[in-house]
Design a binder for this molecule. Structure first.
Ligand code: 5RP
Length: 224
């Protein structure tokens, strides 16, 4: 199986995962190529959901194109589930996300969800986070100052993702060269830097369920 087929397998497993939800549920939907498969399969499945809270304009457009209603977080107390991919996930279900620059809205929708279901292929499963450059969303006027601060704090090398403006009109720094031994601590430390909107570490709120697509099938595990 190639990587895209593995992503499809993970997406299919997520559909099974949400089949038990009461009809009329509003679910959270993430961003990226794995989630795109999930959205397409959800639309084709005939599963009756009341709508989806989307973590990006791109996913919102895809959902709407399929006729799936968009829900605002203002109107729901809690989402039963949030389905999203990851750029890396470790054995404790801490993640790096934001490869698609949607990290801030992803964190917001994930925070509203009772259960975070992470769908990815086995290439994303790592012992230590950091080989994938850590995305950080910054207020544009603070970009250079924040980059200097992150370099001092982490020893990593922040690089501006110049081609990208986020859905919130901000910039992305990708921090290269990290080996993240304590994701919870680093997530909190980065949150203290003025000018950072969000960092792509999802450790304080990691995944609850991992659907990991491997060449031997999709492995389902639940956070200990
Ligand atoms: C977007 C994300 C995605 O979940 C992550 O980049 C994985 O994407 P893909 O499913 O395309 O591999 O965090 O901001």
């Amino acid at each position: 199986m190639n990587q895209d087929e593995l992503k499809q397998a993970a997406a299919r497993a997520a559909l099974e995962e949400i089949k038990g939800l009461p009809p009329g549920s509003v679910i959270g939907v993430g961003t990226g190529s794995t989630v795109n498969h999930f959205i397409d399969m959800l639309a084709a499945s005939g599963l009756r959901i009341a709508g989806a809270a989307s973590s990006s304009e791109a996913s919102a457009r895809r959902l709407a194109a399929h006729g799936i209603g968009l829900a605002s977080l203002d109107d729901v107390e809690e989402l039963p589930v949030y389905v999203d991919g990851a750029d890396e996930i470790d054995h404790a279900f801490n993640m790096i996300k934001g490869g698609g620059a949607a990290l801030t809205r992803e964190k917001i929708v994930a925070a509203a969800a009772r259960r975070f279901v992470c769908i990815c292929d086995e290439s994303k499963y790592v012992a230590t986070l950091g080989r994938f450059p850590l995305p950080v969303e910054v207020i544009p006027m603070a970009r250079v100052q924040v980059a200097r601060h992150i370099a001092r704090l982490t020893g990593g090398e922040p690089r501006w993702r110049e081609s990208v403006v986020t859905d919130n009109n901000n910039h992305i720094l990708d921090v290269h060269g990290l080996a993240i031994e304590n994701p919870v601590e680093l997530e909190a430390a980065l949150n203290q830097i003025a000018g950072i909107v969000t960092n792509g570490l999802f450790a304080r709120r990691g995944a609850d369920v991992l659907l990991l697509a491997t060449s031997n099938g999709v492995r389902r595990s639940v956070r200990a």
